[in-house]
Design a protein around this ligand. Structure first.
Ligand SMILES: [Zn+2]
Length: 407
């Protein structure tokens, strides 16, 4: 079996013979005489594409052979010729990210003296973990500039096989994990690296390496980056966001920040004005509710001689839970009361009491909320609950009125 990607990363289509086909655990597999489908490994995901028009779902190395997992098995038998095609867009993206990682790691080693510990090539972003405890923003910018300087020099990237004798003459980034014949990837004047992956042939093909974030991870630094077409896609997506915001603010890209700050100031003024109006409204509402207390009537359950308690009930179309809690607290300062507030739009209820030993609000909710589909709780003095529907809320309010209201 020949692995074509070791000689060239640019083989995109070829004809070869079917070596084997089989089904294992319900999955279909093909083995080819020659393959350019790169298998999962070395931090790089496998290639996609088709074999005789059949989609390739996964590629892996199993006991020295490359297994191509396919959507279905071809009708042809072993020895038959098959036409293979690689999903070049996916492959070239992997080549850009992988080669970019080589260059970024080499730059981190030279500029920061920080070797690379691991590499991840993700669907969206790539990361390397580098052996350094801290990285300042100006160091990140320096690494970014230096790695892109390598790109603009358009340096050749070559791969070749060396024996142990030849290997001994090279200064590798790190010792190879295999013995005997070793595949070397050389970026001219930058590094020698023992690697079996797929790479671009010159650094210029990377276009750009963009660093997005550096964060601490288990005592090391994790660098997030993208290379080549991914950066252009991301740039276009970012510009689309800019343009959407600029259009909403009816301004140009350059003025977005200024307009946003102005808008933010206006929002703050409006919030302050709203808060002032709310407090005015609170005072008015409290006055009206306090007026009702003047017509104080004893509870039905009250025994003679017991302190009289009044149920103050008020419903609003819309009032926040925090508002209702604040109003209830002010009202309770006025004496022995039970306060029942409800907001229909928010479907929230607040029950509060002062001076009524028989009513523990939280306990009352715990005992009765479930039968009305309500959720909530609280302490002896105050409890709050939310309901799925206004009907359930009204029924619960009815229960409280029945239990504690005047007759
Ligand atoms: Zn490599």
């Amino acid at each position: 079996m020949t692995e074509l990607y070791f000689d060239s990363s640019y083989v995109t289509s070829w004809a070869t013979q079917l070596a084997d086909k089989f089904t294992q655990n319900g999955q279909h597999y093909i083995v080819l005489q020659e393959t350019a489908f790169y298998p999962n490994g070395g931090g790089q995901p496998c290639d996609g594409g088709t074999i005789d028009g059949i989609p390739v779902l996964d590629v892996s190395r199993v006991e020295g052979r490359i297994w191509h997992q396919v959507a279905s098995l071809p009708e042809q038998q072993s020895g038959a010729e098959l036409y293979c095609e690689i999903d070049w867009q996916r492959r070239f993206d992997h080549m850009q990210q992988h080669s970019g990682q080589h260059l970024l790691s080499a730059t981190c080693l030279r500029v920061l003296n920080a070797p690379t510990l691991s590499f991840h090539l993700g669907e969206q972003e790539c990361t390397i973990d580098i052996d350094i405890a801290e990285l300042k923003p100006d160091q990140v910018r320096l690494v970014e500039r230096e790695v892109n300087a390598y790109i603009y020099r358009n340096l050749p990237i070559r791969s070749y096989i060396v024996n142990e004798e030849e290997l001994a003459k090279l200064t590798l980034v790190k010792p190879p994990s295999v013995t005997g014949m070793v595949r070397i990837v050389e970026i001219e004047g930058v590094e020698y690296n023992a690697c079996g992956g797929t790479h671009v042939s010159r650094t210029g093909e990377l276009g750009i390496v963009k660093l997005y974030k550096a964060e601490k991870n288990k005592g090391h630094i994790r660098l997030y980056f993208r290379c080549g077409w991914r950066v252009l896609d991301d740039y276009n997506n970012s510009l689309a966001v800019y343009d959407t915001i600029a259009t909403r603010f009816n301004t140009g890209r350059g003025d977005i920040v200024g307009r946003f700050e102005k808008w933010n100031d206006e929002q703050k003024q409006q919030r302050d004005e709203l808060e002032r109006l709310r407090r005015e409204n609170d005072a008015y509402v409290l006055n009206e509710l306090l007026g009702r207390i003047q017509q104080d009537r004893p509870l039905a359950e009250s025994e003679p001689g017991e302190v009289s308690i009044t149920l103050i009930e008020q419903k609003w179309d819309s009032r926040s839970l925090q508002d209702m809690q604040r109003l209830a607290n002010v009202l309770l300062e006025q004496g022995n009361l039970i306060v029942l507030f409800a907001s229909r739009d928010e479907r929230k209820v607040v029950l509060a009491q002062a001076g009524h030993a028989d009513l523990q609000c939280g306990m009352f909710f715990k005992q009765h909320l479930a039968e009305f589909g309500g959720k909530g709780g609280g302490n002896d003095r105050m409890a709050q609950a939310g309901f799925d529907s206004v009907e359930q809320l009204e029924k619960f309010v009815g229960l409280v009125r029945e239990r504690f209201g005047k007759r």
